[in-house]
Design a protein around this ligand. Structure first.
Ligand code: IPE
Ligand code: IPE
Ligand code: MG
Length: 278
């Protein structure tokens, strides 16, 4: 939460979990409460602050990333309890390659470990795992593990966790534009040799571009949480965050616990979303 944001009225998580209560909250008061109901189902998280957490303890930065991985595991359990349907977590940005080689190496090692140990566990708890991001630049060994992990997803998931890895919001839009333009170019070529004419306005639409994103089925997050006190997007989900509610927590990511998620969900429930209307 931002320092200058008034603390929202606390709604207990058990209250939030009850869909009936959520609907009543939506109907009461201004009628403009969050997203047609108090309950937030689609959450995105910028898990920031691992480095500072480690530095404050005079630990190597890798220890901060390990503590961050534990915090994520905790959060997933609580998200399941809170009936979150989709959670998208920023685990490694397209810009994070700029970090010292030793830190990048440690992070890649940690991802392999997490994919081998934690991912099967969360899948066992009913979580579908999808990786979003560019494949280029990622080692073949890690890509093979990513593919194997996605192939082991539960058939009837309770929640989807999107892991943004080697992810950049601008990359995603560029990649979507490339994919879309290749279909448009195909149609243009067809028209040039006597095929049916095509209208670019009909082919290049918001829906068509969305359909070319890394995970077109992903819902736009209703709430974005960023920890560590930084208040920026850092190239995360640029397309999807167009109307997302933003929530900034001063906690460093490894310290962010279930109660902090409850606070964020309560803050969301108190927001008025208008989407440009009244
Ligand atoms: C987020 O924590 C983890 C990654 C970016 C991989 P940081 O490592 O950015 O933590 P700070 O911002 O240096 O404290
Ligand atoms: C964003 O955090 C990326 C992840 C949390 C994975 P950064 O620490 O990389 O962002 P900046 O550099 O502070 O904007
Ligand atoms: Mg950071």
């Amino acid at each position: 939460m931002t320092a200058n944001e008034p603390k929202p009225k606390r709604t207990t998580p058990s209250l939030l979990r009850k869909a009936g209560t959520a609907r009543r909250l939506a109907r009461s008061g201004t009628g403009e409460r969050a997203a047609g109901g108090a309950q937030c189902r689609y959450v995105a998280v910028i898990m920031d602050g691992n480095g500072r957490w480690a530095r404050r303890r005079h630990l190597p930065v890798a220890a901060g990333h390990r503590a961050g991985a534990k915090a994520l595991r905790r959060l997933i359990e609580h998200a399941l309890d809170c009936d979150i349907a989709e959670i998208t977590v920023y685990s490694f940005s397209s810009e994070n390659w700029r970090r010292p080689a030793a830190e990048v190496e440690d992070l890649m090692e940690l991802f392999v470990e997490q994919i081998e140990s934690e991912v099967p566990e969360v899948q066992g708890r009913g979580v579908r795992v999808r990786f979003v991001g560019r494949r280029s630049g990622v080692s073949a060994a890690l890509l093979a593990r990513i593919d194997a992990a996605e192939a082991a997803n539960p058939d009837d998931p309770r929640m989807t966790m999107y892991i943004a890895f080697n992810y950049g919001g601008r990359d995603e839009i560029v990649d979507a534009a490339r994919a879309l333009l290749s279909t448009v170019a195909g149609r243009a070529g067809g028209a040039a040799v006597g095929g049916p004419p095509f209208a670019i306005d009909e082919l290049v639409t918001e829906d068509a571009l969305r359909g070319c994103l890394y995970a077109p089925e992903m819902h736009d997050p209703e709430l974005l949480i960023r920890t560590s006190g930084e208040e920026r997007i850092s190239n995360f989900l640029l397309w999807q965050l167009a109307y997302t509610e933003l929530y900034f927590s001063a906690k460093l990511w490894p310290d962010f616990g279930p109660g902090d998620l409850d606070d964020a969900l309560s803050a969301y429930a108190a927001r008025a979303r208008r989407f440009g209307g009244r």
